[in-house]
Design a protein around this ligand. Structure first.
Ligand SMILES: [Zn+2]
Ligand SMILES: [Zn+2]
Length: 344
């Protein structure tokens, strides 16, 4: 039985997209990750990386003659996590079945916020014109999402009931270590566990709530927007970024160590950083937590193996694969400096 969980990065950049020659290695698209667990597809955030993923899902749908079915989870509704949404091709297919879950923001529901990103005169179509069937719901702290034949959301106070090995289980943790808050997700399926914790700022000694939430995960994907020098305001012309709601590599490593995770992926890099800067962050982080990599577009991490028993756990190593053919880039845009610009 195939118990492999596939995690593919379609966008790893924070704040705004930066395509161009300086970001070819790690990519310039804003956050989007695809997770495939058996027949289930989960999309984490809809930054500009989701545009390439949408094309791929439409292509797969045409090949298999099966409609696109996916759960889209938003960590929060800042623009760099929603800006690719209007260009997600499956939205315009009447056969698509998309469930969208995320937090609200300042009293607005997730669908209000998405609708505001694609309304005339800013966009030619209105959100209500979408042909795909969308089910939206606002998530709360400690909710439990169950993906089986359908997607169900239970409050954290509801008894869990019996576990179904074929269901994907996703736990939600709300954090306030980012402006207006953010949701972390712990995704479990057949003994494999991935934690997604972007747009968060570390605490002294590491974020203990997040460490507990991430305990023994096979893969932790953690915000790593700034170098320590940038964070502390030691770079010429750059103010400190303390309080912006983003982490340094050492903050990410502190959580990885405290949680005893198997692997750490640094994520959500500052748009002013070129490939060499991100590579230097990766090397530095490996000094704190050896099994660390910097996420990059096209990278696929596979957890589990085909021969693994569904109920067993932690016998396998993850494998990495980079599929360059799926790296999507747009034309070059202008200046990439971030001085004085508060990060999303
Ligand atoms: Zn943000
Ligand atoms: Zn962000």
């Amino acid at each position: 039985m195939d118990s492999m969980m596939r995690i593919k990065f379609w966008g790893v950049r924070g704040s705004y997209p930066v395509p161009g020659s300086a970001t070819l290695r790690y990519g310039g698209n804003t956050p989007c990750i695809e997770i495939r667990a058996g027949e289930h597809t989960i999309i984490l955030d809809a930054g500009t990386g989701v545009v390439g993923l949408g094309s791929e899902l439409v292509r797969r749908s045409a090949m298999t003659e099966e409609p696109v079915r996916a759960l889209m989870l938003f960590s929060h509704m800042h623009h760099d996590h929603t800006q690719g949404f209007p260009f997600f091709a499956p939205l315009y297919l009447g056969t698509t079945r998309l469930t969208i879950l995320g937090p609200g923001l300042n009293g607005h529901s997730p669908d209000d916020i998405l609708a505001s990103t694609m309304a005339p005169p800013n966009f030619p179509l209105a959100y209500d014109d979408l042909r795909a069937s969308n089910t939206l719901r606002r998530l709360q702290d400690r909710d439990l999402i169950l993906i089986g034949r359908e997607v169900r959301v239970q409050s954290g106070t509801t008894p869990e009931g019996e576990r179904d090995e074929d269901e994907v289980r996703i736990r939600v943790l709300r954090s306030y270590a980012h402006p207006s808050g953010v949701l972390f997700y712990r995704i479990e399926w057949r003994g494999q566990t991935v934690v997604y914790a972007t747009d968060t700022e570390g605490y002294a000694g590491g974020d203990q709530r997040l460490a507990t939430f991430s305990e023994e995960a096979d893969l932790l994907i953690h915000d790593s927007q700034y170098t320590l020098e940038h964070y502390l305001g030691l770079l010429p012309g750059c103010p400190t970024t303390q309080g912006y709601g983003h982490s340094t590599p050492s903050m990410a490593c502190a959580v990885a160590r405290a949680a005893n995770v198997k692997q750490l992926a640094l994520f959500h890099f500052d748009p002013s950083y070129d490939d060499e800067s991100v590579a230097a962050m990766e090397r530095q982080a490996q000094g704190y937590f050896p099994n660390t990599l910097a996420a990059r577009e096209g990278l696929e991490i596979i957890l589990g193996t085909k021969s693994e028993q569904p109920t067993s756990r932690r016998k396998t190593k993850s494998k990495l694969r980079v599929d360059g053919s799926n790296v999507h880039r747009a034309g070059q845009i202008g200046a990439t400096g971030s001085q004085g610009v508060k990060s999303l």
